[in-house]
Design a protein. Structure first.
Lengths: 116, 116
């Protein structure tokens, strides 16, 4: 079974630009979460999608947005990039049985975004 | 919201020794506690997890213990090997629907170095 796939692996953008990152979850997984990882703040939750609906959102400005498609693939978008947005962006997928039973979250390798 | 503290931030051991990493959490309602291993250039890999109705779980050389009263949980690695060298993260989550969907709150990480 293929794991979580994130594309691209690396990106370099200029301040003020916008960027779109893509995540393909493990086959059969319907929940997709996004995290930002930086040396200073660690791993921070951005948002979670299930069946094309955002169910949860972390404490990030509105410049950070996402969506999920009917095949569970997800994209996140960051508009008006700032230098502080440089980070490793990680996507995680989980089965989410819908019975409020904890299910494992599996991470992709991430997209390394550098804003210059 | 949930807050997770992880100690130590760095841990150096000799091959064959045991390693212990400890985490405390703030939200007594949290009911799911996974541990992740992250190697350089890769995303976090789930190595073991524990649910709040269990006090201990083992998987070969790895074990996790949970003390709900004290709100802390620990990762134990026995017979360490050089390939165990990585950054380890603990996390806490509440599986109860609503605003808890998909959100893992991570500790700051422990850099484990196993010397041959």
């Amino acid at each position: 079974k293929a794991g979580v796939t994130q594309t691209p692996r690396y990106l370099i953008k200029t301040r003020g630009q916008q960027v779109t990152l893509s995540c393909s979850p493990i086959s059969g997984h319907r929940s997709v979460s996004w995290y930002q990882q930086t040396p200073g703040q660690g791993l921070q939750f951005l948002f979670e999608y299930f069946s094309e609906t955002q169910r949860n959102k972390g404490n990030f400005p509105g410049r950070f947005s996402g969506r999920q498609f009917s095949n569970s693939r997800s994209e996140m978008n960051v508009s008006t990039l700032e230098l502080g947005d440089s980070a490793l962006y990680l996507c995680a997928s989980s089965l989410d049985s819908g019975y409020l039973i904890p299910t494992e979250a599996f991470f992709g390798q991430g997209t390394r975004l550098t804003v210059v | 919201g949930e807050n997770v503290e992880q100690h130590p931030s760095t841990l150096s051991v000799q091959e064959g020794d045991s390693a212990v990493i400890k985490c405390t959490y703030s939200d007594s309602a949290s009911n799911y506690f996974p541990w992740y291993k992250q190697e350089l250039g890769k995303g976090p890999q789930l190595i073991i997890d524990i649910r709040s109705n269990v006090g201990e779980k083992k998987d070969q050389r790895i074990a996790v213990t949970l003390n709900k009263t004290a709100k802390h949980f620990s990762l134990h690695i026995t017979e360490t090997q050089p390939e165990d060298s990585a950054v380890y993260f603990c996390a806490a989550s509440l599986f109860a629907g609503g605003t808890s969907y998909g959100k893992l709150t991570f500790g700051q990480g422990t850099i484990l170095t196993v010397h041959p």
